[in-house]
Design a protein around this ligand. Sequence first.
Ligand code: BGC
Length: 719
Amino acid sequence: MNIKAIISEMTLEEKLAQMSQFNANCLDTTASGEVTGPASELNLTASEVKATGSVLNFTGALEMIRIQEKFLENYSIPLLFMQDVIHGYRTIYPIPLGMAASFDTDLVKRCSTMAAKEASASGVHVTFTPMVDIVRDARWGRCMESAGEDTYLGCVMARAQVEGFQGDFKKPYNIPACVKHFAAYGAAVAGRDYNAVEIGEQPLFEYYMPPYKAAVDAGVEMVMTSFNTTNGIPSSANKWLVDEILRKEWGFDKLIISDYNAIGEMQMHGYSSGEKQSAMEALSAGTDIEMMSSTFLKSIPALIDEGKITMEQVDRAVERILRLKEKLGLFKNPYKNADAKKAERLYLSKPHKALCKEAAEKAAVLLKNDGVLPLNKDKKPSLLIAGPYADMGMIGFWSCCGREDEAKGVYTVFRKALGARKVAFAKGADGALNAEPDKAMILEAKRRARNKDAVILCLGEASGMSGEGNSRANIEPSEAQLELLKAVKSVNDKVIVVIYSGRPLALTKVEKYASAIIEMWQPGTMGAEALSSLVFGEANFEGRLPQSFPRHVGQCPIYYNRMNTGRPKLDDGDFTKMYISQYLDVENTPLYPFGYGLSYTSFSVSPITLSKSALCENEGDFITASVTVKNTGKVRGVANIQLYIRDLVASVVRPVKELKAFKKLSLMPGEEKTVDFKIEKDMLAFYNRELKRVCEKGDFMLFIGQDSDTANSAKFSLV
Ligand code: BGC
C-alpha cells in the first residue's frame, strides 16, 4: 500500500483529523449535526470531531462496528479504536502491582494475551498498556498500575506485557501496546497525582527511564507522553526527552500520543501562552496524536502559514498513524477481529477464569503468619467473615469492562466451601475512606467472632481509593477498620487479616493485632476463590512485594535501593544516637521490605560460592554465583531467590543494593537445588555524571537471598 501517495492526496484538515483523538461518545452528534454532550466541551464543530482518526473509550464490538460503519459512509480511512485494557477486558486479573508481585513474567505474558483476546474481539485495536512508571511513594494512587519501585522488575514486567499483547502480530488477537506515561510520571512530588516532577538527570536515567526503554526494545508500537512537568517542562513539549532521547537515541520512530488533554493543559501549567504555542511545542517535540484536546486541529493551519511548522512535520505524523492502520490490516478489514459473539464466548470463560485465579494466587503476598494459616478445610472450621470488603467483588481501578458483580465476595465463596452453618458474616465497619467506628456494627462483629475457630477480616481500601487522581495523605486503614480489628481480636485470638489495596498501606497497627496478614491487592474476578485456595493451603503463597510497605506514611518516599548517606543508622532500635540520618520516632526500615513474602514452607539459602572473584572488563567474561536452596518445611513451595549488587565505590554514589536478577523455583519438602546466576559486566553499569552508561573498576558486594533485606553476601571485583 502506498501510504505516501495517500498522504499526498489528503487535505491539511484530513491530516489534522488523523492526528486527533476523541472519546467515542464525542462522535455522536444530533441529527441536525449540532454538537452536544462531551464534544461540545471541546469547542469544535461537528465535522471537526466526526472526521477524527482514532477514538478511545467505547463499550465493545457492537458499538465499535456501529461507529466504524457510520464513519466509513463519509470517510475513507478507517478509525483506530483504543482502550485502557490494563488488567483484563471483562475477565479481570489482579492489578499490575499485584501482577508484579508474582515475579512471574510468563504469567504476566499469558494474562496480557488473554486480555488481548477479549479486547480484540470487542473491537479494541490498541491498548494503553503497559504503564511502567517507577513509583517510590505509596501515597500516589497510580501505584496500582505500575510494577512498583524497582527498575529491573519494572523492565521485565514491561517487556512481558508488550510481548503478551502484541505477540508476533500474526494472530488476529495480537494488539499494539502503548507504553506510558513518558516520562517519570510516578515521581510526582509528595505522591500527589499530576504534580510536578523535580528530579536530577542522573536518577531520571538510572531509575525511571529504563522500563520505557525496555518496552521500546521489546517492539512496543506506541508511547504515551505524561501529564507532568519534569523539571519545569511538560512531557508533551519536552524536546529533549521525546525527540532527542526517545526518537533519536532510542530510535523510536513509531507513534507517540499525548495523555488525555495533556497538550491542552500546557496553558494551565503556565508553560504555554495559548493553543497555538501548545500545538507547536507538542508537534515539534514529536507528538503524533493529540488526545482529547484540539490544539492541533485549531492551530496547525496558522502555524504552517506562519512558517513555524512545516507540512513535512505533519506528514511524518500522519504517516506513522497510517502505517499502524496498515499494519493492523484496517484498510482491508476495518472491523479487524471485532465479533460480539466471539467476545461473549471469551468473557468469563472457564480457561480465562482459571488463569485469573492462578494469577490472583500467585500475586497474593503472605506478610505475617504466626501459624494460624493454613486452615484445615477437612476439619470444617467455624469462621466469621467480616470487614467492609468481605462480601463484594474487588476488581480494582482501571478494570475496563469488568464488573464487580461478576466477582464473588469472600463470604459467598467460604460459605460454599464450608457450608452455610459454619460461616457467619458481619460487615463490622463502613468501607468509606475516613469511616469512623460504628459501635453497633462493631458489637455485632464481636458477638459473632466469639467461639469461632478463626476470623477472616477483609480490610484495606476499596477499588476507587487507588488509581488515577486517587492519592492519599493517610495510607492507614480507616479508624473504623482498626477499631473493628481490635474489637474482634479481644474475643478471638485467631484473626486473619486480608488486605485489599492498590498501593502499599501502612500496616503497623494491623500487624500488632493480626495473627496473619494476606495482601491480596485488588485481585480481580477470581480473587475470593484464590483467597480460599490459599487460606486452606490448596495453593501456597509465592508473591513477593514489588514495593516497600512503610511503617508510617511519614517515611514516604521509601525504597530499598536507597543511598547509604554519610551518617547511616544501624537497624538496632537505638534512637539515642545524635546527628545520624534517622527519624526520632520511627525506624528507617520499612515494615515489610521490597522482595519480601512468606510461604507455608521455609527455605534455607546457602552461603554464596563464586566461580572466581574477579570479573574482567573484556566482553564475554562472567562470574557464576551459586547458592543451594533447600525446602526446610513440610509442604511444596516456590522460593524466589533474588540477586542484588552494590557497587562499593563509584564516581556517582550507588545504592546500598540493586536487584539484578531473580529466579523462582519449586521445591518439594526436603528437596534442594543449586541456583546459578551469571554475573556480567552489564549488571554493574550505571549512568555517570555525563549521563553515559559506564562500568567502573573496583569492588562490589553481591547479595543472594529471599528479599532485599538479605545479608547473605560475597565480594568480587571488576578488573
Ligand atoms: C490516563 C491514561 C489513560 C488515558 C485514556 C488518562 O487520564 O492518564 O493512563 O490511558 O486517560 O483513558
